[in-house]
Design a binder for this molecule. Structure first.
Ligand SMILES: Nc1ncnc2c1ncn2[C@@H]1O[C@H](COP(=O)(O)OP(=O)(O)OP(=O)(O)O)[C@@H](O)[C@H]1O
Length: 630
């Protein structure tokens, strides 16, 4: 396969314009973290049709600058403008950002991933058939059409290759036809030919579709280097050069750094950018103090690659290149429809809800109803069923009944909460990327995620409880269904608790620690482990989200139990057996002893309040997390 590039090929080098002129500027951007300067007065500008490369050693600030341009980081000073207007949420919709890491759902195929993106991020006015065609066209042009039905994969179950994933990330952004495309190290991890082909395609895209394409790159080959229109050299957060690529080597020679003919200019540049402090200081000082520095806005408008004039007639763009060539492009209705929709959410709440539900169901089904999960639940239920097999109707076996209820509720509380925390953390990367790209509303995500998982989350507890309940012979049919309902509500409340912790804690380990500690406290406070809490602290059990379902289930299963005669073993639990050996113990006595004194609706109400509270707080925590940077 030949990797040679014909840079005299107009299609490859890009000379056509199909949309109005755009100038993106970052002016005097300064970013610092904890008083450590990361970017120091960096200014760049780019116009459409240009391919701009950011080069610099690792840690020089390339990603930080891309993040700042994309609005993912707020600079301490300086600003980012598009055509002179400060970038805000609306203008950022014109911008696509391909992150350094490719974050996807590993279990989805490439087709499903692209289909989801196009359905939520493209306006509803575009027919589905057109969206599907758009996916296929982009997959074709970036050379991944053959793997549309391959799953994305991860390190455990590989799917797409690294290069294919990178191109998938680029297609996800290109689907919305952004005017500006930012890419953080799109060639990292790719072999020479794949990387070169990718840069060729970006170059072609910038030229043919008239986009501003800005990307960071570590070590471009000589062929790649000559495709860049503009170049930013960063060293220790300062600009060592920014301008036309063709001006760079003459400029460096002027300030005392001559690149020999036989050198790859990129290697030469990286060599000087990685040299000692004094050389870097010389370079950055020379650039900031350069004579006759061209004002930034002129740097963009004077650039040769945008020396084009644009005229728009009815339904066609007529383009004149300054030289001789005249080209006419049919107005692209697909692009136009996207442009019209840049000022609001691309799709309605119901479409976002529908598509996120569609994806959640596909992703969660494998996770929650995994064969191991089912086996684990069934084995545990059978073991409990055997240990508590057909519990006899005697007073000393009351502890066993309550013990079985306690284990059941505790098991599903821990299970649902931890599953929610870990699942949430595993998809956090994708969600963060999509929400920051304004693909959908946080509320649509949260509602779809919560409702879609309901049937999946509830399946295993139903199987578990059915096996354990009937093996232990806890009670009759109606009590089974009512107590099962309470168990399911309790599981949902625990899942909501997990979502809330997952949304609030960036650190998964801390989230698990927090959830573990809180659930243990809730178990202790429930009154089923100890009843020796001080009287002044007795109200605390109502704060336990486990006390309410346990109390409700105990009421359902014990309140109408047949009266049981005292025996010598029951005197500890029921002091009345001491004074009168002929007395019988009723369900009411048992419940009173366990501190369950309220009617059942009070406990169910308490449980529902916790359920709703956790869900609402989870949604608030997510919204705060993804709040738009100013
Ligand atoms: N939140 C942060 N807290 C502390 N330091 C940070 C933070 N973010 C970035 N930095 C530091 O800022 C510097 C620039 O980081 P940045 O990721 O922008 O570099 P880069 O040029 O993209 O590097 P690479 O090529 O390795 O991706 C690094 O030294 C990094 O450690």
């Amino acid at each position: 396969m030949s990797c040679a590039v014909n840079c005299h090929d107009p299609a490859m080098c890009g000379t056509t314009v199909v949309s109005p002129k755009l100038v993106l500027e970052a002016v005097n951007v300064t970013v610092a973290v904890n008083d450590i300067s990361i970017l120091n007065g960096v200014s760049i500008s780019a116009a459409n049709g240009e391919l701009v490369a950011f080069m610099g050693p690792s840690g020089s600030g390339k990603t930080t600058l891309l993040d700042t341009i994309a609005g993912r980081r707020t600079p301490q000073s300086g600003f980012v403008k598009l055509n002179g207007t400060p970038m805000d949420g609306k203008l950022r919709r014109k911008l696509g950002f391909v992150l350094q890491e490719d974050t996807f759902f590993a279990d989805l195929t490439l087709w499903e991933t692209l289909y989801f993106t196009s359905m939520v991020r493209l306006p509803e006015s575009i027919p589905k058939a057109e969206k599907v065609q758009h996916i296929e066209d982009l997959a074709e042009s970036l050379g991944v059409k053959k793997c549309l039905n391959t799953r994305i994969g991860d390190m455990f179950n590989p799917g797409l290759s690294g290069g294919e994933k990178k191109r998938a990330s680029i297609i996800c952004e290109l689907l919305t036809d952004p005017d500006i495309l930012l890419l953080d190290e799109p060639t990292s991890g790719l072999d020479y030919c794949t990387a070169l082909t990718l840069v060729q395609r970006l170059k072609k895209l910038a030229g043919e579709k008239n986009k501003i394409i800005i990307f960071s790159i570590h070590q471009p080959s000589s062929q790649m280097y000559h495709m860049f229109d503009k170049l930013l050299l960063l060293a220790q957060g300062k600009v060592a050069f920014f301008g036309d690529r063709s001006d760079l080597l003459p400029y460096l020679e002027n300030v005392g750094f001559k690149c020999e003919m036989q050198y790859n200019p990129a290697d030469f540049l990286m060599g000087i950018l990685k040299s000692d402090e004094s050389t870097i200081k010389r370079l950055t000082d020379a650039f900031s103090n350069r004579d006759g520095a061209t004002p930034l806005k002129d740097m963009a408008t004077n650039d040769k690659s945008v020396c084009l004039s644009l005229a728009v007639t009815n339904n066609a763009f007529i383009l004149e290149e300054r030289d001789t060539e005249v080209q006419i492009f049919e107005h692209n209705s697909f692009d136009q429809k996207i442009v019209e929709e840049t000022t609001k959410w691309p799709t309605s709440f119901s479409t976002q809800f529908h598509m996120i539900s569609w994806r959640t169901f596909k992703v969660s089904r494998g996770r929650i109803l995994h064969l191991y999960e089912l086996l684990q639940s069934m084995i545990l239920a059978v073991i409990l069923g055997l240990v508590f097999f057909q519990i006899p109707q005697t007073i000393d076996s009351i502890r066993d009944r309550m013990g079985l209820l306690f284990i059941t509720v505790a098991h599903w509380t821990f299970g649902a909460a931890f599953d929610a925390i870990t699942a949430f953390s595993s998809e956090r990367g994708v969600i963060t990327k999509e929400i920051k790209a304004k693909a959908y509303r946080v509320s649509a995500y949260y509602l779809a995620r919560t409702l879609t998982e309901l049937p999946l989350v509830l399946t295993l507890p139903v199987f578990f409880y059915a096996v354990a309940y009937w093996m232990a012979g806890l009670h009759g049919v109606s009590q089974f269904f009512v107590s099962l309902l309470v168990l399911l509500l309790s599981t949902l409340s625990a899942q909501g608790f997990g979502y809330m912790i997952g949304a609030a804690c960036m650190d998964v380990k801390f989230g698990i620690f927090l959830a573990n500690t809180t659930i243990l406290f809730a178990l202790i406070l429930s009154g089923f482990i100890t009843q020796t809490l001080p009287a002044w602290f007795s109200w605390a059990k109502y704060l336990s989200f486990i006390f309410h379902p346990l109390s409700a289930m105990s009421l359902i299963l014990l309140q109408d139990m047949q009266p049981l005669p005292c025996n010598t073993l029951s005197t500890d639990m029921f002091p009345q057996c001491l004074t009168n050996a002929t007395v019988v113990i009723t369900g009411k006595d048992v419940l009173l002893r366990a501190g369950i004194t309220l009617p059942i609706y009070c406990y169910i109400t308490g449980l529902v309040i916790f359920l709703l509270l956790f869900r609402i707080l989870g949604c608030v925590a997510l919204s705060v997390r993804f709040k738009d940077p100013k």
